[in-house]
Design a protein. Structure first.
Length: 572
């Protein structure tokens, strides 16, 4: 993203400067090869270039030449616009150069005798720091000077500090400058960088103001070094606030800085800007909203909307690049924090397997390996690449389904298309490694992991009695009884008890569940036989008398029921 946003189909004269492209070349390409989108590729508008190319080829191939003729007509008009823009820029540059030279001559003719002596001394290279400062000051009318407080140098830091911002007043209409905190932080960083650059230049017998005048005379008004420094500052501020995700890329501005002031100073400015990033204040509510950030200042991602996952786990750069281009999944399981966490962990383990395979001698199809490398390195735009985007959608869906399989009362997904896509896209050896990795991941999931998932699911839907059954069964022996007793007043307790009877062989649980059912309704034949199997036949009548009292479930009641497993001692 350049420093200025693109706002129209046609490239403006300002945009030609920013993308470093020649309007004359763009115009010729548009007129000659425009119907194939060549000029759009040249202007870094790849999406429209692809559209032009596909429509032209398709229409010519299938005999529908009318579409190609329409595109040719549009391209000719566009080419004429760009050639006209080139003429305007050329005329402007010639005018600026002539105007600056005329102004310089007039200034030399109108200066006083003392000023001529100063210029002569300067030309003879007899320079002092005092005369350099004098060269920076503007000549003003003495009668208009108003009394003001004298500012000491150690109080202001730099006598020209306010002047740097004054040179930017024509750029305050930028949309991002409407965000107050961003504006303040950007201008503060801009001032610091101007002071830093000025100091560096003065150590080499120049200054920022002198270089600015030279650049304007040599290259025209629109080559404004102050605006370049501003764009650099804005880029660092927005990068800090957006989490290095959605910000104004200052790469082209750094190239311009290098072109005008050299690579050595450019590197120093970059290091200074990185150092100043540490002093940028935490985003306020307005800034959080503008950059779509969480309350903790992180970019809002579909897979981590509140930033809690990124606070709990540190993701490396490769992992973030992969997750940021992964297509959205909007199923209900993604609303469960613990479930989402497990899906992402498995998804990234699959990706780790893929990246490790790059070191092996595998047979890849087409340029699939290069695409996966771009995804890892952050140079991939999934929204313009549907075919390769399918592999991301397939891998994340497979990861989701693997976690669904260990979740109770959860629908399993149909993955026939996704598995077919993965088999076509990846080498067969790698597909086998991925399958083994998913099996291993599920095997290594502990009861604690499953308990966390269950807890999350219950918090999301506290009325699901089947989840409560799984919660009871997954507990340790000494805890599952307590958990069942906790649910004794649940409106679905009878359903839970019948489900537990079908899924467990724990006699303690069975006795409590049979008792809970028996005090509310008659047991079926299957449960009667189960009860008779657990309780000694001589104690059946005693059990029935306990049931008639309809005592609530408790540990004391369980102890009494367990005693019925033993035969009644005969009295002598």
């Amino acid at each position: 993203m350049k420093c200025n946003r693109r706002t129209s189909y046609f490239i403006s004269t300002m945009e030609f400067k920013e993308i470093d492209k020649k309007p004359f070349i763009a115009g010729v390409l548009s007129i000659v090869l425009g119907m194939f989108g060549v000029h759009r590729f040249y202007l870094k508008r790849k999406l429209t270039g692809i559209i032009f190319f596909m429509i032209s080829i398709g229409s010519l191939e299938f005999g529908a030449g009318n579409l190609a003729v329409i595109l040719m007509f549009i391209s000719i008009i566009e080419g004429m616009v760009y050639i006209f823009s080139g003429l305007v820029l050329l005329k402007e540059k010639i005018t600026n150069i002539k105007t600056k030279k005329d102004i310089s001559i007039e200034e030399l003719e109108s200066v006083s005798y003392g000023e001529k002596d100063r210029i002569k001394i300067k030309d003879e290279k007899v320079k002092t720091s005092e005369k350099e400062d004098a060269d920076e000051l503007e000549i003003i009318e003495i009668s208009k000077i108003e009394p003001s407080k004298i500012i000491k140098e150690n109080e202001s830091g730099n006598i020209f500090k306010g002047n740097w911002i004054k040179k930017l007043n024509i750029y305050y209409d930028r949309s991002i400058m409407k965000v107050y905190q961003v504006k303040e932080e950007t201008l503060n960083l801009y001032e610091n960088l101007c002071n830093f650059i000025d100091k560096e230049l003065k150590s080499d017998s120049s200054s920022l103001n002198k270089e600015a005048r030279r650049i304007e005379i040599d290259n025209g008004y629109y080559n404004n070094i102050f605006y370049t420094i501003y764009c650099i500052s804005e880029g660092h501020v927005t990068k800090t606030y957006s989490g290095n995700y959605s910000y104004h890329n200052q790469e082209s501005s750094y190239r311009m800085l290098e072109e005008h002031l050299g690579n050595k100073l450019k590197d120093k400015v970059f290091n200074k800007a990185k150092e100043l990033e540490e002093n940028i204040s935490f985003p306020n509510s307005e800034t959080l909203k503008y950059f779509n950030l969480t309350k903790t200042g992180l970019p809002i991602e579909w897979w981590d909307k509140d930033g809690s996952l990124r606070l709990e786990r540190e993701f490396n750069k490769d992992e973030l690049n992969i997750l940021r281009v992964t297509p959205l999944r909007s199923t209900k399981v993604w609303e469960l924090y613990k479930v989402k966490k497990e899906i992402i962990e498995l998804y990234l383990k699959i990706w780790k397997t893929i990246l490790n395979s790059f070191k092996k001698d595998l047979e890849w199809k087409d340029n699939n390996k290069d695409i996966l490398e771009k995804i890892r390195n952050g140079g991939y735009e999934y929204f313009s690449d549907y075919e390769n985007g399918n592999i991301l959608a397939s891998l994340i869906k497979v990861s989701e389904n693997e976690i669904r399989e260990v979740m109770p009362n959860t629908q399993i997904l149909n993955l026939s298309k996704e598995k077919n896509n993965i088999n076509k896209y990846l080498p067969s050896e790698l597909v086998e490694d991925i399958n083994n990795k998913t099996i291993e991941y599920k095997k290594n999931m502990t009861d604690e992991n499953l308990k966390e998932i269950l807890k999350d699911m219950l918090e999301n839907d506290s009325s699901d009695w089947r989840l409560k059954v799984e919660e009871v069964l997954i507990e340790d022996d000494h805890k599952r009884i307590d958990k069942l007793i906790d649910y004794r007043e649940d409106e679905n307790f009878i359903r839970m008890a019948k489900e537990i009877i079908e899924k467990t062989k724990d006699e303690k649980l069975l006795l409590l569940c049979l008792y809970g059912i028996g005090k509310e309704e008659n047991l079926n034949q299957k449960n009667i036989k189960l009860l008779e199997y657990i309780i000694h036949s001589s104690n059946i009548s005693v059990y029935k008398s306990i049931v008639q009292f309809k005592e609530v479930l408790s540990l004391e009641l369980l102890d009494r029921l367990l005693e019925l497993k033993k035969p009644i001692r005969k009295k002598i």
